[in-house]
Design a protein. Structure first.
Length: 557
């Protein structure tokens, strides 16, 4: 950060962004979460990246620039090599007779500026840009992955590079590109005559690269070496883990290899710590739902359950809660499979069925460790369910996840696991069901006019009236497609939430062994906002599109 937290505190108070009480609260949050004050402000939705940039630029007495809203000529962008631009967070964005305009996240680096002036032989004008804006701009002007690899393999073939075996470089480039694209997974798929590489970005797989088939076995071998897997085994599945040091962070990667008809298929799961540095508001939870969840996890006992299918962001939600309640006066212990992200100050146990350290066995041991808060990675079986419920009943706050389609279904699911209904009713504080939907790209969002009747084909009439009123002509949004979003119209994801608070009426239904439909109906009467409700609110706000909400919630409509 170009200014210290102390300087930023003064700016916040001077510009009345917060009073002293609010500032003290956010400073405590920053300390508990181990983030800078600037990150804490953005995580809690108190200031946007743009406004923070304006504030800092003003204090530095420098002009402020938003690069992602600026058209940069390619020849100007190339004045500063991409490697230097990434490392030092600086981009040349304009050139005129007067000189070169350069945006920097840290304008104090005068040595670099002198080198730049020497290289161009021109005067340099400094502008301030935020680090996030610079990173997004580097994405826009980065070379296509296929072109990068084609150039690299051409250099290797012509002997213009010292690399005899470019496999190490290929694997490093691949992981780096996937990380910069905010991919969650890399798929390496052998085909008859080539190897296809695909990135999962915002939940959707994209073909990004095709390489000659003769490189496939060497790439897989390199990944096996990094993951400490057997390189001589090709006919059975293998799972492992590797750690890669990038400029931004040390990245943990889960590795899965299986044999298929044309060779070995590899899937790399990128476990970026940055994807866990979100608050519940960042994840898309509305304030009224956030208030219910906050009330539930501030209790000293009971259960907080997160439900949804695989890949719906359940763990991210639990991590966001753990981050808030992780204070020095609490003993927090987790049992996970696997431990994907380390949280400082939290005791994290890796479940291992091979050594009989199952969720149930681990949970029994945890209860002898004098915990205040327990996170059980997943309630999978009768034994784990019984121990977790009893732990919640005996003065512990228990957080866990369940695989159910909606919040109401989680309650009969627990009773199916032989937990007595009266125990479920008295221990569960709240259930958070969720899905992940893609956000409309901020850079290419445009408004479109539609007629209300167009929505009636897919959305119930009462739901349309509730959110859109009686207006016949409606304005909604979509992404037209640009370089930032890879021309998909979407960039990033946000959660759709359904927060079921256990009221007295719902407790009564649980003890009466009511089915999930009856519980869901009562929950709506008690004020539950369904995922479709949440989705339509996000459509009206321009966060996502109707098509995206229907794609994710169509089974509920």
């Amino acid at each position: 950060m170009v200014i210290t937290d102390e300087q930023l505190k003064s700016l916040i108070l001077k510009n009345r962004l917060l009073d002293q009480k609010g500032l003290d609260k956010i400073l405590q949050y920053a300390k508990n979460s181990e983030v800078s004050l600037a990150d804490a402000l953005q995580e809690n939705n108190l200031v946007s990246d743009e406004n923070l940039g304006l504030l800092i630029a003003d204090s530095l007495k420098l002009p402020f620039i938003i690069l992602t809203k600026t058209s940069i000529p390619p020849e100007v962008f190339r004045i500063i090599p991409e490697r230097i631009a990434r490392k030092y967070k600086m981009i040349a964005f304009a050139r005129s007779k007067e000189g070169v305009k350069v945006a920097m996240a840290d304008p104090r680096n005068t040595e670099l500026l002198q080198l730049l002036s020497k290289k161009t032989g021109e005067r340099t004008f400094i502008y301030f840009a935020t680090e996030r804006d610079i990173n997004n701009t580097l994405q826009i002007y980065r070379k296509d992955l296929q072109k990068t690899f084609d150039e690299f393999t051409r250099k290797v073939g012509s002997g213009k590079t010292n690399e005899d075996a470019p496999i190490t470089k290929i694997v490093d480039l691949l992981i780096n590109y996937a990380y910069q694209d905010k991919s969650s997974d890399i798929h390496i798929e052998p085909q008859e005559k080539s190897t296809l590489f695909r990135f999962r970005i915002d939940g959707i797989l994209h073909d990004v690269l095709s390489l000659p088939k003769d490189l496939h076995d060497r790439i897989v071998s390199r990944i096996k070496v990094l993951s400490r897997l057997r390189t001589d085994e090709h006919l059975t599945s293998q799972d492992g883990k590797m750690r890669i040091k990038l400029d931004q962070e040390t990245l943990d990667i889960r590795v899965s290899i299986i044999p298929i008809a044309d060779g070995e298929k590899v899937v790399l799961r990128l476990l970026s710590s940055q994807s866990r540095q979100f608050s519940l508001i960042d994840l898309g939870m509305r304030q009224e739902d956030l208030d219910k969840v906050t009330k539930a996890f501030n209790k000293s006992y009971g259960m907080v359950l997160s439900t949804g299918p695989t890949g719906s962001g359940k763990s991210t939600t639990i991590y966001a809660i753990l981050k808030i309640i992780n204070t020095r006066d609490k003993n927090i212990t987790t049992i996970e499979d696997p431990v994907e992200y380390k949280i400082k100050g939290v005791n994290q146990i890796q479940a291992n069925p091979k050594t009989n350290l199952t969720f149930a066995a681990g949970l029994r041991s945890v209860l002898r460790q004098d915990p205040n808060v327990i996170f059980v990675g997943e309630i999978r079986d009768i034994e784990t369910a019984g121990i977790a419920v009893n732990a919640a009943l005996t003065g512990h706050l228990v957080l866990s996840t369940l695989h159910t389609n909606d919040a109401a279904t989680a309650l009969p699911r627990l009773t199916d696991m032989k937990v007595e209904p009266f125990l479920v009713a008295s221990t569960v504080n709240i259930i958070v069901a969720q899905r992940l939907i893609r956000k409309i790209c901020d850079m290419c969002r445009t408004s479109i006019d539609i007629v209300q009747s167009d929505l009636l084909k897919n959305i119930p009439t009462e739901m349309i009236k509730k959110h859109f009123g009686i207006k016949k002509d409606l304005v909604i949004y979509k992404g037209s497609g640009c370089k930032v979003c890879h021309f998909t119209g979407y960039s990033g994801r946000v959660g759709l939430f359904e927060v079921l608070e256990i009221t007295n009426k719902i407790r009564k239904l649980i003890t009466e062994k009511a089915n999930s439909d009856v519980i869901a109906k009562q929950a709506v009467e008690d004020g539950l906002n369904t995922m479709l409700d949440d989705g339509l609110v996000k459509v009206i706000k321009g966060i996502t599109s109707i098509e995206e909400v229907l794609r994710v919630t169509k089974s509920e409509t």
